[in-house]
Structures are given as C-alpha cells and as structure tokens.
Design a protein around this ligand. Structure first.
Ligand code: PMP
Length: 460
C-alpha cells in the first residue's frame, strides 16, 4: 500500500477514463503529435516533454499572464509556469516591450553594455552580494561556480543534499543510499565515477553533514535553502545556520541555489532568512522568461577568484580556457530583459500579490485533505506550495521520495489538465504569478475537490 492511502487499482480506473477524455478533447494536439514524430526525436523538441501525465503531447498556441491556450482552443490556468521560468507570468508586458526594443538593437556582440551594469547594481542591492556574473541557464551558473569553488579551495569534492536537483550538472547527479554516495538512477552516457568527487548527505541531518565535511576535502556545499525538486522539504529551524557554521569550520564554501526559492521574496531565502553564502546562483525567471542566469559572490570570493585567474594564466600559454562561460552568456538581449525584469516585474509589489494567493491555495489544499480524510500534508514556501502524500511534511529527500505515488500524482494532474488547470509535473507543486487571481486559486481547489470525490468512490 502506498503512503497516500489510495488504492492503485482505483487510480488506474480513474486514469484510464481521464486518458480517454484527453484523447477526445484534443484532436489538433493529437494530429500535431503524429506529425512531430516524423522530425523530432520522440515527437518533442526536448525529451522530458514526454514525461507529463498526458497520453499524447499537449501543444501550446500561446501564453499570457497566468494562462496559456492549446491548439484546440482550450484555456488553462497555469500553476506550473514553465517550472518557474515564467514565475512572473507569461510574457509580462515590460518584457514584451524590452524584447521589441532590444530586438531591433542587436542581440549578441560578446561585448558589454550599460544594461549589464544596471542589472549588476540591482542584483547587489537585492541579494547583498557585491559582485555578479551572468550566464544563460541555472545549470551553467552552477557549473561555473563549482569550478570557481574548486579553484579557490584547491579541493575537489562537492557536497550536495540527497534528492537535490541543480540542473544537468554532472557533479550533482548523486544520491545517498545507506550512507554511501552513488549515481542517481536514469543517467545516460555517464563516463566518470561521480562518487569520487561528489558526496551526498541527507538534508536536515547535521551529524551526517559534519561527518562529510570533517574529511577536509569538500570544496563547497551546493544547496537550495529549501529543497524543491523531490517534493518540497523545508529546513528545520536553525539548519541553514548550522550549514553556514559547519562550512566555515571545515573550510568549505557555501553556494546557495535560489533558482526555485526565489519564490520566497525578491531577494530569495538568502535575504528573507539573512543567509550569508559565499556564492548565490539563480536562473529561470531572472530575465522574465528569457534565457538568462546569474551568480553572485562576496568580496572575499571575488579576491580569491582573481588569484585563481592569475594562477591559471601563469600556468597556460596563449589564450587560456577557464572552462566557464558560453558564447551567448550575457548577451545584449538577456541583459536588457534582466534589467527590465528587476526594475519593473520582479518587484516587492509583485510578491505582495503572489504570497497571499499561495497562502490561500495552501489553506484550500489543507481543507481538501481534511474534508476527504486523507493522510497528506501541505508545504509552503512563499509563492510556492505543494501537497504531498504523507501525513507530515518530509524532513529529508528520502522521506519525500517515499511518499511518491506516481500513478496517483499523474492521474490527478491529468484530471486537472482536462479541466483547464496545469500544475508542475513530477510532484505536486504550484506557483502563483502576479496575475493569478483568487478565483483561479479557488478553481484549482474546487476542481481537485471534484476529482478526489470521483476517485475516492471507485472500488479498489
Ligand atoms: N537549480 C534548481 C534549484 C532547479 O530547480 C533547476 C531546474 N529545475 C536548476 C537549477 C536548473 O535550471 P535550468 O534547467 O534552467 O538550467
């Protein structure tokens, strides 16, 4: 029996009915899926797009604000928002304008412009770290900071928390199983043994963390201040302070990945909880949905980075390759959009709208859990909240994973999709935008309520 308390046979009956509803409802998407299979590997431009709950791809025609529309003309309230890339709504007006402005004025030159300086100044003010670098994806930002950290400390090991996700960065693709670091399942084409230079320990486990750091070979801890990719796992009171204290004690750097936890407020958890990392990384919504990412560092780190650069140039001849940066990193289009996003979109006022809506959503979810007598929990972090199929919010990645009931999760997601609502796939996370309304939130709750009522009367 799953921790969810729901019988899998009933889930399958419910899911089969919903798959049929989807196929009937979306003839144009189904036509496009057939055509796509002839030119796109797997019928999609990026293979994860096949991992949703739908029996065939749902093709989008356009998206604006908290909504998107499919090619069959259905409207959806979007609580997934490109898994955070569009956290401030699809195509916010200032970003659409910024795209048009920069679109006619040069997209990429490999030279800086004033926009980058203004963005740097705004980031420094907002996050409290003085120096910034720009890249294109959060994956890139994390990869580059890991390199800096190894160069600065002259140590090789990266420490991460079990169940983490920080992008498609080799070094983070590890899990902790029975106290040992092993490769995470599902990797394709993995050539080197990651366990030699990466170490995974459970989140919220101070003893395991200290034991892993005490070996004295950890260059950096890379973590989200609250885990958001294996279901949400919040830090226990004082845990993040302990992470900072122990990283200092053992000479390891602290890198905080705010890519998802930026849902907490305009300065992420770093500002809200007064965290003092050596580096911050952040991508996804930072330029309003235009590909862009950033990393920031302290004065001390900037000085150490200069020394690392000096050292590298002394030991190489000709044009050195740092192993960091890509040609389109910090391109003019991204810089302009990021500047405008920081100035006009990702504002305190936006969060003041988003946070109470997420609280309303979490309250509604708790109401459903109690009404249907489910042993489930609801976890909140700023504009983000999630229901999990376990009685109390998980404390570690392993606990969060043990509560997974994939077929149930997918069946409920598909039920919502068939009724015009999208939530984040792979677990049960929702996000509210500055354009989400209380009525949108209430529609999610009443639709989920109806779905649960239908599911729970199916005999197992
Ligand atoms: N960090 C975190 C915390 C993430 O959740 C993700 C993506 N889900 C990334 C980094 C990587 O982002 P991207 O795929 O845009 O590189």
């Amino acid at each position: 029996m799953f921790q969810s308390g729901i019988n899998d046979k009933a889930v399958e009956t419910f899911a089969a009915r919903e798959r049929e509803v989807f196929l009937q409802r979306n003839p144009k998407s189904i036509e496009l899926a057939k055509r796509a299979r002839k030119s796109l590997f797997g019928g999609v431009p990026m293979h994860w797009m096949n991992d949703w709950s739908m029996p065939s791809s749902l093709f989008v025609s356009r998206a604006k604000g908290a909504r998107f529309y499919d090619v069959d003309g259905h409207e959806y309230i979007d609580f997934c928002l490109g898994d955070t890339g569009s956290m401030f709504g699809h195509s916010p007006d200032p970003i659409a304008k910024a795209l048009a402005e920069q679109g006619a004025n040069g997209l990429t030159t490999m030279l800086p412009g004033e926009d980058a300086i203004i963005a740097g100044e705004l980031l420094a003010e907002r996050f409290g770290l003085p120096f910034w670098q720009m890249a294109t994806t959060a994956t890139d930002a994390n990869r580059f900071v890991i390199r800096w950290a190894r160069a600065i400390t002259n140590r090789k090991v990266l420490l991460v928390f079990d169940g983490c996700y920080h992008g498609t960065v080799d070094d983070v693709m590890v899990r902790c199983k029975e106290g040992r670091t092993v490769h995470r399942g599902g990797l394709i084409g993995q050539a080197r043994n990651l366990a030699k230079t990466s170490r995974a320990v459970p989140f919220n486990d101070v003893v395991a963390l200290e034991t892993a750091l005490a070996k004295g070979d950890v260059a950096a801890i890379l973590c989200e201040p609250a885990m958001t990719n294996i279901g949400m796992v919040l830090p226990e009171p004082g845990f993040m302070d302990k992470v900072r204290e122990l990283s200092k004690k053992y000479g390891s750097l602290l890198i905080i990945d705010e890519t998802h936890t930026i849902s907490t407020g305009p300065g992420g958890c770093t500002r809200a909880w007064n965290l003092k990392p050596d580096f911050i990384t952040l991508g996804k919504p930072i330029a309003g949905g235009v590909p862009c990412s950033v990393y920031g560092c302290s004065h001390e780190m900037a000085q150490a980075m200069r020394l690392a650069q000096q050292h590298a140039s002394e030991t190489s001849s000709g044009h050195g390759h740092s192993g960091m940066g890509t040609t389109l990193s910090a391109n003019a289009l991204a810089m302009h959009c990021m500047r405008v996003n920081l100035e006009e979109v990702m504002t305190q006022a936006a969060y003041e709208h988003m946070l109470p809506l997420a609280a309303r959503l979490a309250d509604g979810l708790r109401g459903l859990v109690s009404k249907h007598g489910l042993n489930w929990s609801v976890t909140e972090l700023g504009a983000r909240c999630e229901f999990q199929f376990c009685a109390t919010s998980p404390k570690t990645g392993a606990e969060a994973e043990a509560a997974f009931h994939d077929s149930l999760q997918m069946a409920l997601h598909l039920y919502l999709i068939n009724r015009g609502i999208l939530i984040t796939p792979f677990h049960n996370m929702t996000l509210c935008t500055p354009e989400t309304t209380a009525a949108d939130v209430d529609k999610l709750i009443t639709t989920l309520d109806a779905g649960l009522s239908e599911l729970l009367v199916i005999p197992g």
